[in-house]
Design a protein around this ligand. Structure first.
Ligand code: NAD
Length: 482
């Protein structure tokens, strides 16, 4: 087991500002959440580093805006090639700082390359349109075209659970659009972004176009959000923080990718051979710390017994272990406090009559993959975002009831629906009030070029580079009288 080889990182990992490493006096130790082994000591941004980052990003924004779309796409392509070259190093870094099993970390690195590919494509495809001015009564003799212009500096604030790919979903389209970026990764997982910074240098990105500042959200993140020299804030994280960011951003542009308590609905004609193993992975990958992780499963009463038997068997068979061990399928949550919160929610459900069909036990930051039956729907473990390896099972007789229950909360990111009946699928897909309806798979499905984002309280705006680039550009109309 390759658990002893953590990362060979320098004593103090510096910030990255204006294409240079920057040392500060405040540091934080990053440890493997599974067993607390220290990984590295990281510098955190103080006020002077933040001012420096904004000044550098202003220069970077000018340089990016001056590049052609072709040049921006070429840089993004080079970043992708460099990420492929260093893939295993990135995977080990992600696994070490986030506690994500190395197999999943490798998938994240593969997906990061897809995000960069889609960002380069978005740069090449960025265009405006001709507006037929004379289609209105005041348009005679006039022509109109639209162009998409960069905004300036984009602040990218990201969570701990996908330290690489969720950053790239902001960095890729922002650079493709001709903006510069100040990236504030999670204080728990800053190492991947700091390592990626060296790739941006190698790829020939202009000075100041990508800057990384690390530290607490309430200090460093909030400072960025309140700074008017930053044109846009793109945030992925929890709903309470998203609400604060929106309140402090004023009239500046904001994209929010927030939480969910994802549901999977399984009709009687569903293909159980396919969906049960997918549901096991979709529920327990990264210990359920995925924004579209399966949290509630609504089972038609006809197949409920068979589904539950196979699902519980799958959950119990998952191998728990160190994140750097190749055979590990479930490792730990991000820290012991989060694991304690989930444990308490499980115990609360138990106290209210829920039956534990698998798991239910915590050891340090690890919670065993847990399956609960007979959960009261108003309990936090079902109706709030669990963000842990816990699934609540529910039964229904009529699909309309399941849809009503799934639509009843505040969340609206993605939902899964399994049926072989085309008409049922279309009818249900239209009735479900979500940003994405995934038919015949789990809500955790995501391809990196697809539009992705939440309805209701799950967010504002869409990611997927071709969609994010629109959020990160200003649409300008040029209209002239011929
Ligand atoms: P979090 O909201 O605690 O933190 C996210 C980021 O915001 C971190 O970098 C943090 O330092 C920063 N932050 C915290 N307070 C801030 C403030 N006042 N001002 C500015 N920045 C601040 O989230 P987390 O615990 O890192 O991640 C888990 C959450 O992220 C879950 O709710 C999950 O659903 C969500 N998430 C959503 C998506 C999506 O695409 N919709 C993807 C992944 C995770």
């Amino acid at each position: 087991m390759a658990t002893s080889t953590v990362m060979e990182l320098k004593e103090e990992v510096p910030l990255w500002i204006g294409d240079q490493p920057v040392i500060t006096s405040t540091t934080r130790t990053i440890s493997i959440p599974y067993d607390g082994t220290p990984v590295a000591t990281v510098c955190e941004a103080d006020e002077s580093a933040l001012e420096r980052a904004v000044a550098a990003a202003e220069e970077g924004a000018k340089a990016m805006a001056a590049l052609t779309l072709y040049e921006r796409a070429e840089i993004l392509d080079r970043m992708r090639a460099l990420l492929a070259r260093d893939a295993e190093e990135f995977a080990r870094l992600i696994a070490s700082e986030s506690g994500k099993p190395i197999r999943e970390a490798r998938t994240e690195v593969d997906r990061g390359q897809q995000t960069l590919l889609a960002s380069a494509d978005a740069a090449r495809g960025l265009h405006g349109e001709v507006v037929p001015m004379d289609a209105g009564p005041a348009g005679k003799g006039r022509w109109g075209i639209t162009v998409r212009e960069p905004l300036g500096i984009v602040a990218a604030i990201t969570p701990f659970n996908f330290p690489l790919n969720l950053g790239l979903h902001k960095i890729g389209p922002a650079l493709a659009a001709g903006n510069s970026v100040i990236h504030k990764p999670s204080e728990n997982t800053p190492l991947t972004a700091l390592r990626f910074a060296s790739l941006t240098h190698e790829a020939g990105l202009p000075r100041g176009a990508y800057n990384v500042v690390t530290g607490d959200g309430e200090k460093v993140g909030d400072w960025l959000v309140r700074n008017d020299r930053l044109a846009m804030i793109t945030f992925t994280g929890s709903i309470p923080v998203g609400e604060q960011i929106r309140a402090h951003a004023g009239l500046r542009r904001v994209t929010l990718e927030l939480g969910n308590n994802s549901s999977l609905i399984v009709e009687p004609d569903a293909d159980l051979d396919f969906i049960v193993p997918r549901a096991v992975t979709g529920s327990f990958a990264h210990s359920g710390q995925v924004c579209v992780s399966v949290q509630n499963i609504y089972l038609h009463e006809v197949i409920a017994g068979e589904f539950i038997r196979r699902f519980v068997e799958g959950a119990r068979a998952l191998k728990i272990g160190h994140p750097l061990d190749d055979s590990t399928e479930v490792s730990s949550m991000i820290d012991v406090d989060q694991a304690r919160r989930v444990e308490q929610w499980i115990n609360e459900a138990r106290g209210a009559g829920a039956r534990v069909l698998a798991g239910g036990v915590r050891r340090g930051a690890t919670i065993e993959p847990t399956v609960l039956d007979d959960v009261l729907p108003h309990l936090p473990i079902s109706c709030q975002e669990a963000f842990g390896p816990v699934v609540s099972l529910h039964r229904y007789t009529h699909l309309e009831d399941a849809i009503e229950r799934v639509n009843s909360g505040n969340y609206g990111l993605q939902v899964g629906l399994c049926t072989q009946n085309l008409q049922t699928a279309f009818r249900a897909a239209r009735a479900l009030h979500y940003g994405g309806v995934i038919v015949n798979d789990v809500p955790a499905y995501r391809a990196d070029h697809m539009p992705y984002g939440g309805a209701r309280h799950s967010g504002i705006g869409r990611e997927g580079p071709r969609y994010a680039i629109e959020e990160m550009t200003e649409l300008k109309l040029i209209c002239w009288r011929a």
